[in-house]
Design a protein around this ligand. Structure first.
Ligand SMILES: [Zn+2]
Length: 133
């Protein structure tokens, strides 16, 4: 079990972490033009670090615009926090990217948080006014 801690966390098989906090469930939206992948989270005290990639499901030309949406929800689907996260580190190149990274820290993780939902939003730039989370 110690060999692949992140994989174990993603699969939700670890019943409780050492400090007794319940596992978080990752919900990765597959319906958008870019697909969240390699998403993982790491608890740091009261905060949680969420990171991953946005990947083109089929290799293609064209820039990657937009940003990632990260939502924190209760098990019942109530949204506790919603943030927009910029995409960085376009790979293999900025001119012809197939994927990009995102990372954000939620500090503190709201009480009752159980689900982390990640979705790609192709519209506008990160933090554009009027862009609902
Ligand atoms: Zn957005």
């Amino acid at each position: 079990m110690h060999a692949k801690p992140f994989l174990v966390l993603l699969l939700g098989l670890m019943p409780a972490l050492a400090w007794g906090a319940p596992d978080l469930v990752l919900e990765l939206d597959q319906t958008q033009r870019l697909i969240p992948s390699n998403v993982r989270y790491e608890r740091l005290g009261n905060s949680v670090l969420i990171s991953g990639k946005m990947v083109k499901p089929v290799e293609g030309r064209g820039r990657i615009l937009g940003h990632a949406h990260v939502q924190v929800l209760t098990i019942d689907g109530q949204i506790l926090a919603a943030i927009e996260v910029p995409l960085t580190n376009f790979q293999p190149s900025a001119k012809s990217p197939q994927r990009a990274d995102f990372a954000t820290r939620i500090d503190p993780l709201p009480v009752g948080a159980r689900v982390i939902r990640v979705r790609y939003d192709a519209s506008g730039r990160t933090g554009d006014a009027g862009d609902p989370p």
